[in-house]
Design a binder for this molecule. Structure first.
Ligand code: FES
Length: 152
């Protein structure tokens, strides 16, 4: 049986009915068609599905959609203001923080949280905070540079 769910995604309010077993990730991708958030492992190991829930970093594959009643979700689609990229998006482009791009939305959401939570004071600290976001292409040094620049 479907359960009513009210939440905001990228500042837009939604009134939904969802199956209790649906993850926040699948809700975003399949029900709301916000496919910027990626599914890598689907069990909390890769970070591709990272979003912000009330400003906090969350692996959306590990969160049941129905547990997000009343919450405010931000996805990669919610970062730019019109044509103006979020500074973290611009920094990833400038520093070549991606190759294939699959992990990039999650990296960017984590990078923003890294600074917001005060864990971007050194390359070491950034690397540690970002260790849950896997990049198969190995763009790590450029990702760290991008985050460090936005921090400054
Ligand atoms: Fe969620 Fe990999 S898809 S952590």
């Amino acid at each position: 049986e479907k359960i009513p769910l009210n939440l905001k995604v990228n500042n837009k309010p939604y009134v939904l009915k969802v199956e209790p077993r649906v993850t926040l990730l699948d809700l975003l991708r399949e029900q709301l068609h916000l496919t910027g958030t990626k599914k890598g492992c689907d069990h909390g190991q890769c970070g591709a599905c990272t979003v912000h829930v009330d400003g906090e970093r969350v692996n959306s594959c590990l969160s049941l959609a129905v547990m997000n009643e009343g919450k405010s979700i931000t996805t990669i689609e919610g970062l730019a203001k019109g044509d103006e990229l979020h500074p973290m998006q611009a920094a990833f482009i400038k520093h070549d923080g991606f190759q294939c791009g699959y992990c990039t939305p999650g990296q960017i959401m984590s990078g923003i949280a890294c600074i917001r939570e005060g864990h971007a004071n050194s390359k070491e600290e950034i690397r540690e905070y970002m260790s849950g976001n896997i990049c198969r292409c190995g763009a790590y040094p450029n990702i760290v540079d991008a985050i460090q620049e936005v921090k400054e």
